[in-house]
Design a protein around this ligand. Sequence first.
Ligand code: DGL
Length: 265
Amino acid sequence: MTEATAPILLFDSGVGGLSVLAEVRAQLPDAPIIYAADNAGLPYGSKTEAQIAARVAGLLGRMTERYRPRLVCIACNTASTIALGMVREVLEVPIVGTVPAIKPAAALTETGTIGLLGTEATIRQGYVDRLEAEFAQGKHLLRFGAPELVAAAEAKLRGESVDPAIFARAAAGLRDQPGGDAIDTVVLACTHFPLVERELAEAFGPAVRFVHGAPGIARRIVHLTEGQDFVRQATDLALFTRDGADVAELSATLQNYRLLRIEIL
Ligand code: DGL
């Protein structure tokens, strides 16, 4: 039987998974949470598949041993598209991944042209090719790797101002591809990107809508924990893999997300 105090652990390279946490909180307000950010490994998007798989498997192994979560959510598209299968094989705890929301985008597009913004590592994954083949048949999917948006989301949540040119470049990266003018739906295939959705909406203009996976992930977590009790013994925890100025600078954001304790792994 699952202990009522056992937390749900959300994992990302940085603050991106907070976009998923917001949805989990909305659907499971009583669930004790550990939000884990591998800030020592950030950004994942410029790493190799082997580096990402080794980091994610190693860290989740240590974290699950230490904190005994009832469920782990890999709240990171890059880590999920590369390491989800492998992590599921080595850990016994249920694992929910983050899959680029191509299926809902394909259902929404009216022009039939979808844009996908992700990290460089995510957009080259066979996992994305398979989602495209399965759910976007007959549609046109254009991809663009936008690592600048990861840094922009991190900076925004540290309270820094961010150059609007970054968002304009992300929009141009999709629009300037052949057929890009017809994009009416953009998949935010990196959990950092919903954190800058307002800025992206300004850059893309009103004809484009955005789709991301967080609501679906939260529903999946609700489903997998159905019938379980939730008791929060202490305030929720933010866990980092390295101490540093970035952790201190995020303190206002962590408080906004009600992560009131900080530990370093
Ligand atoms: N938040 C991550 C994602 O969903 C990755 C950002 C990064 O570390 O490059 O892909």
